[in-house]
Write a protein that binds this ligand. Structure first.
Ligand SMILES: Nc1ncnc2c1ncn2[C@@H]1O[C@H](COP(=O)(O)OP(=O)(O)OP(=O)(O)O)[C@@H](O)[C@H]1O
Length: 275
């Protein structure tokens, strides 16, 4: 199956075309004819991409090709940048999030984000995790305790921190801080987790832990990850989109992208000829 931009990708994914029992995956995000400008700089050009439930979608491409810009449109963080203009549509669960009547707060309860550098708050581990739930009005100590345990277990860091929940999060290692940030994200029970180069500031062992975690998390969430690391995309993603100069050059099953790409530019990039 090849879902090549700018041609429109199907809205329902076929899990295994050769299997006896073919089952259909639900579309989480449907991006149609998306264009984005920073002032005069046309940073995203006619993007058409569908992303599916319980999959890991990787976004790869050389520096400056628009990966971060695109992922930031998916939770509308891009609006924080002055002088940004968009055209086209991004449907999340069938509603266009670029429509100004779509409340950004509603979107953020469904879509969590993890950034390149771990960014815990200068508070205790416990306070970091309950930050979102408290904003949503949860005050009951027993429920908050349960959320903390569930989220930290979900982020595979519970055993390491269960005896120091009230210590400052800054005392954790970089890799632990990143898993705490993932726990903070899980605490709001999102539908989708966006990850913008989540391991680029981490050592190889912490990177491996996050990669294993992503594989676990996709059972319950849909994950979209920007990565510079092509081996990482190949290891952990189901689908990969290759961006170049603001365009999607190729979007397909990760195996296809890495073993039999359609476009010469994809092949040149994944074989290290540029970027
Ligand atoms: N806040 C901003 N204001 C103006 N232009 C921006 C801004 N952020 C990004 N750009 C421009 O948009 C284009 C795409 O940048 P973007 O950061 O999305 O690329 P990227 O693929 O994520 O790069 P990298 O891999 O280096 O993080 C570039 O030309 C960049 O200079």
């Amino acid at each position: 199956m090849t879902l090549t931009g700018p041609k429109k990708a199907p809205t329902v994914g076929i899990e295994n075309e050769n299997a006896d029992s073919v089952f259909l995956k639900e579309t989480v995000y449907e991006t149609s004819d998306l264009n984005l400008w920073y002032g005069e700089n046309h940073a995203l050009k006619n993007i058409n991409l569908d992303m599916y439930q319980n999959e890991v979608t990787a976004i790869i491409g050389p520096s400056g090709c628009g990966k971060s810009t695109y992922i930031k449109t998916l939770n509308r963080m891009i609006e924080l940048v002055p002088d940004v203009k968009t055209t086209g549509q991004i449907k999340y669960r069938n509603r266009n999030i670029l429509d100004q009547s779509y409340k950004v707060e509603d979107l953020r309860t469904q879509v969590g984000m993890v950034f390149q550098k771990p960014n815990p708050f200068p508070k205790s581990i416990y306070e970091n995790v309950i930050y979102g739930p408290k904003i949503h009005g949860i005050k009951n100590k027993k429920i908050l305790d349960q959320i903390v345990e569930k989220s930290l277990k979900g982020a595979a860091i519970w055993d390491e921190v269960k005896d120091r929940l009230h210590e400052n999060a800054y005392g954790l290692s970089g890799g632990q801080q990143q898993r705490l940030c993932i726990a903070r994200c899980l605490a709001i029970e999102p539908d989708v987790i966006l990850m913008d180069e989540p391991t680029s500031a981490l050592d190889p062992i912490s990177t491996l832990k996050i990669e294993e975690l992503v594989q676990e998390l996709k059972k319950d969430f849909s994950i979209i990850i920007v990565t510079h690391n092509m081996q990482q995309a190949a290891r952990i993603s189901d689908k990969t989109a290759f961006f170049l100069n603001g365009e999607v050059i190729e979007y397909s099953d990760t195996n296809t992208i890495f073993s039999n790409p359609n476009d010469k530019r994809t092949e040149d990039y994944i074989t290290g000829r540029f970027g």
